[in-house]
Design a protein around this ligand. Structure first.
Ligand code: ZN
Length: 133
């Protein structure tokens, strides 16, 4: 495999995507969301998405955080996710790499819209850095 190694300085920030089932685990996701806001007020909480959005095929909300927050926040998520599945991925200059190659999962690995990510990645290379999802 030709792995697209990048210097750590290429990481501009991070996302944690917290997935849930709108008909089943949304209250659990709401509880986790409240605890994140309380424990990590410097993270940036995104909107609820009960429908597929961007490359995400399962309902989720996004938590954006900075590289210096990674250590404490990701360790906390690892032991506080209440059974929810979470994708943690960096932001570099290529959305495909970020979500498919560089990202990692807490819990189960869920499908992403890979075609959409390929489009984002192609656009990013053409325009010099478009961020998505
Ligand atoms: Zn993201």
């Amino acid at each position: 495999m030709n792995f697209p190694n990048r210097p750590v300085e290429a990481i501009e920030g991070w996302h944690a995507h917290v997935y849930y089932d709108p008909d089943a685990t949304k209250p659990i996701a709401a509880g986790l969301r409240a605890r994140i806001v309380e424990a990590f007020p410097d993270t940036r909480m995104g909107s609820w998405h009960d429908e597929a959005v961007g490359p995400h095929l399962v309902a989720m909300y996004q938590v954006a955080f900075e590289t210096h927050q990674f250590d404490k926040f990701v360790q906390w998520l690892a032991v506080n996710r209440d059974g929810l599945d979470i994708l943690v991925h960096p932001h570099t200059d290529n959305a495909w790499n970020d979500h498919i190659i560089f990202g990692f999962w807490l819990g189960e690995k869920l499908p992403l819209n890979e075609e959409r990510l390929k489009q984002f990645a192609v656009r990013a290379e053409r325009d010099g850095g478009v961020q998505a999802g």
